[in-house]
Design a protein around this ligand. Structure first.
Ligand code: CMP
Length: 141
């Protein structure tokens, strides 16, 4: 089934000029970009996005990092997009990420891990709505 997922190219990757490299890998994996924009999150926006992690020891550093520079946010569409994009990213910790995944190839550390992806279709719907209006997405069918 055709599904949508939510993705972020994080500040560490934008700073290293890796937007195109990451989009290339997304498209080569058969996923289609149906919405995209560059934004700089403020602390409230980042805290709301990561609300499920509030209270965890890494929360403040995570918010500081995600507001440290611009990010690319995008909606990806394709068959089984949530799971397929997670496979393309690899595990959260780049030291555990499989060869050939985005995090194995580009991430610098657990915090500076280059990309985010929704972990379920429910998270994807919530995260997409947090950044995009319906009329900002273009179906690619
Ligand atoms: P992300 O997929 O954006 O979701 C939450 C982020 O928190 C995660 O990627 C990591 O970058 C970061 N993170 C998760 N666990 C830790 C941790 N133990 N220490 C530091 N950062 C973490």
């Amino acid at each position: 089934t055709i599904e949508r997922t939510f993705s972020i190219v994080k500040p560490d990757a934008v700073k290293r000029n890796l937007i195109g490299a990451i989009y290339n890998r997304i498209e080569k994996a058969g996923l289609r970009v149906v919405a995209a924009k560059m934004i700089r999150m403020d602390a409230d926006k980042a805290k709301g996005f990561y609300a499920e992690h509030e209270g965890k020891p890494f929360f403040d550093d995570l918010v500081a990092f995600m507001t440290s520079g611009p990010v690319m946010v995008q909606v990806l569409e394709g068959d089984n997009a949530v799971v397929r994009y997670r496979e393309l990213m690899g595990k959260t910790n780049p030291e555990e990420a499989a060869c050939g995944t985005l995090r194995a190839d580009y991430a610098l550390s657990l915090r500076h891990n280059s990309v985010h992806g929704a972990d379920s279709p429910e998270s994807a719907a919530r995260e997409i709505a947090y950044f995009f209006a319906d009329d900002e997405m273009c179906s690619r069918d």
